[in-house]
Design a protein. Structure first.
Length: 377
């Protein structure tokens, strides 16, 4: 997802380096020889999967990496990128499947580099991160077991960051007007024009107004934490830990993209996870209960947090759909990637409102309650 404070013009901020430039950059900055390279999708950064050839006598280790070239706007916030990278290193040390940076020739975790030779000679922050194995959740046939595991992951990750991560750069995660923070759903007012005049816009306006009236006044009662902020179906990698084709058991093998990290609330993370896991299920309204059960196995929600869950999930759908529509309207060349969630997202949001908050919450909470006295399915 977007990692900036606004829906800024991608044309002016997204890097556009060619493979030859990237190959030279990896050699110059990291002292590694590229044997092959391929681009990876990204919202507003530029990512490459890179394999490097090892010199004779080099220490054993990973020879595949992800080169992340941060957009020129976020590259002007080195403290924020430092916080994200230090968080990844911290989580890896804590046993989470998070990437870690390969140090530059100067021994740094990142380097500010001149980009393409276009107007303005923009500078981009560059990092080389370990390549994590696994398959994105978006590409597997999901089941209740992985939904539970992802809920558990969401709570465990935020809890570890909030209780143990104390790097000086952490203060940069206070991102007041950050468009992807769930507290900022009301900021969608300025982008809703991108939906045109239709039934979708009517529902989003309902979400925004209900959010203002029912969620905003209660924000101070929600428990604060550091959020990953984007545990979506493309940012979580899994592999199968069983040979059963009928009922595979999955484990999380990789957590990607920390660019939406910010200070938020524990309940935000479970709402975000529920929303994105709904995208990947043939029975989307049932998903929330399994994700919630996993989350609450680590961190039970309070009654106030539970009471906001429906509108927080709806709010995240609205953020994703409105911002994608706004950005795709201005930059149609990236429309296919931007609109990934929209393919089923609108259908799920409309269904939630059609069924109604009471019925959806009843299904979620009863499913979560059923886990109390048994192991996850």
């Amino acid at each position: 997802m977007s990692s900036g404070n606004d829906c800024r013009p991608q044309t002016f901020t997204k890097p556009a380096l060619g493979e030859k430039e990237v190959t030279e950059l990896v050699d110059r900055v990291f002292g590694l020889k590229v044997s092959w390279i391929r681009p990876l999708p990204s919202y507003d950064d530029q990512n490459f999967h890179v394999r490097v050839s090892r010199n004779k006598g080099a220490a054993d280790g990973a020879d595949e990496y992800v080169l992340k070239i941060t957009n020129s706007e976020d590259s002007q916030e080195p403290d924020l990128i430092e916080a994200q990278t230090q968080a990844m290193m911290f989580l890896s040390a804590e046993g989470f499947p998070s990437a870690t940076p390969y140090l530059t020739k100067d021994g740094n975790i990142m380097s500010l580099e001149s980009g393409d030779s276009g107007p303005g000679n923009k500078k981009y922050m560059v990092r080389l991160l370990t390549y994590l194995p696994g398959t994105p959740v978006a590409k597997i046939a999901t089941n209740t077991q992985i939904f539970y595991e992802i809920g558990k992951l969401a709570a465990s990750l935020d809890k570890a960051l909030s209780e143990k991560f104390h790097h000086p750069s952490v203060k940069s995660l206070h991102r007041g007007q950050f468009i992807w923070n769930l507290a900022n759903v009301p900021l969608l007012d300025r982008y809703i024009y991108a939906l045109g005049q239709n039934k979708y816009r009517d529902v989003v306006q309902q979400v925004i107004e209900q959010f203002k009236g029912k969620v905003i006044p209660k924000l101070s009662s929600f428990r604060a934490c550091i959020n990953h902020g984007d545990l979506n179906d493309h940012n979580i990698l899994v592999d199968s830990s069983s040979a059963s084709l009928e009922n595979p058991q999955y484990r999380v093998s990789g957590i990607l993209d920390f660019s939406d990290m910010s200070y938020g609330c524990y309940v935000f993370e479970v709402a975000i996870a529920i929303m994105y896991m709904m995208i990947e299920s043939p029975d989307p309204l049932s998903v929330g209960g399994h994700v919630l059960a996993g989350f609450e196995s680590v961190l039970p929600l309070t009654e106030e947090e539970r009471g906001a869950l429906f509108l927080l999930v709806s709010g995240r759908f609205s953020q994703s759909l409105v911002i994608a529509a706004h950005t795709a309207l201005r930059y149609p060349e990236n429309k296919e990637y931007l609109m990934i969630t929209a393919k089923s997202g609108w259908k799920h949001l409309m269904k939630m409102f059609e069924v109604g908050q009471a019925a959806v919450e009843k299904a979620w909470f009863e499913t979560a309650e059923a886990y109390t006295n048994r192991a996850p399915a």
